[in-house]
Design a protein around this ligand. Structure first.
Ligand code: ATP
Length: 191
C-alpha cells in the first residue's frame, strides 16, 4: 500500500526545522511521498499577516529543489480563506483511495487538535504523526486521534525566529537554505 505524508503549516518562511522534519518523516514512516501544503490562514491565528501565498510557495519550491519524493501542493493557497485540514485531507482521500495517509503535526498543536474542524472524520482519514519540538511538552495524541511520535532531528528553530532575525539584520546561514535566504533578501520580504 502506498504511503503518503501530508505536512501542513504556514511556512512563513520555510526554515531548516521543516526540512529536518521532512527528512525524518520520509525515513521513519517509510513514505513514498511527502507533500508540503502551505495554508492561506490558520483557524487558530485569525487576522495573522502572512507573506503572500505566492511568495511562500516560491520559497518552499526553492528550499525543496532537487529533493525526490517531496512535493509542494498549492491547494490551500488556491482555495483562499481559512484553511481547514479536513478539506485538504478529504481531497487526498478521494483522489487516492487505498493510499495510507499520514498527517504531520507539531507538538505545539497537540492541545488544539480536538478543536480542529470535524476532528472525528479527520482522525479516521489519516494517521497523525506528532513532531517533537525542543522546549515543547509532547504528550500522547488526544482522542479521537491515533498515531505516533516522530523521533526526528530536534532543532529549535521557528519561522517567527527567522522573521525576527530578518528584521534585526541578523545572518540566516544554516537556518534556512541559502537559496531561500537570498530570495527573501532580494524581495524585501519580512522587513
Ligand atoms: P511560526 O514561528 O511562524 O509559528 P513555525 O515554523 O513554528 O512558524 P509552521 O510554519 O506553521 O510553524 O510549521 C509547520 C509545521 O512544522 C507545524 O506543525 C510546526 O509545529 C512544525 N515545525 C516548525 N518548526 C519546527 C521545528 N523546528 N521542529 C519541529 N517541527 C517544527
Amino acid at each position: 500500500m502506498e504511503r503518503l505524508g501530508l505536512f501542513g503549516g504556514s511556512f512563513n518562511p520555510v526554515q531548516c526545522g521543516h526540512l529536518l522534519v521532512a527528512r525524518a518523516a520520509l525515513e521513519e514512516l517509510a513514505l513514498d511521498r511527502l507533500v508540503f501544503i502551505p495554508a492561506t490562514e490558520s483557524p487558530f491565528k485569525p487576522g495573522q499577516t502572512l507573506a503572500p501565498g505566492a511568495a511562500r510557495l516560491r520559497l518552499l519550491r526553492l528550499a525543496l529543489a532537487g529533493w525526490t519524493q517531496v512535493e509542494v501542493d498549492d491547494q490551500e493557497i488556491a482555495r483562499g480563506g481559512v484553511s481547514y485540514t479536513i478539506d485538504t485531507v478529504r481531497v487526498y482521500a478521494d483522489r487516492f483511495p487505498g493510499v495510507k495517509l499520514f498527517y504531520l503535526v507539531g507538538a505545539d498543536h497537540l492541545s488544539t487538535l480536538p478543536l480542529w474542524r470535524e476532528a472525528e472524520a479527520l482522525a479516521k482519514l489519516a494517521e497523525f504523526v506528532v513532531i517533537p519540538r525542543p522546549g515543547q511538552a509532547c504528550g500522547p495524541l488526544p482522542p479521537p486521534f491515533h498515531g505516533r511520535l516522530l523521533k526526528g532531528f530536534p532543532l529549535g528553530v521557528s519561522a517567527s525566529q527567522i522573521r525576527a532575525r530578518i528584521k534585526q539584520g541578523l545572518p540566516l546561514e544554516g537556518l534556512v537554505p541559502a537559496t531561500v535566504a537570498e530570495a527573501i533578501l532580494n524581495s524585501g520580504l519580512y522587513l
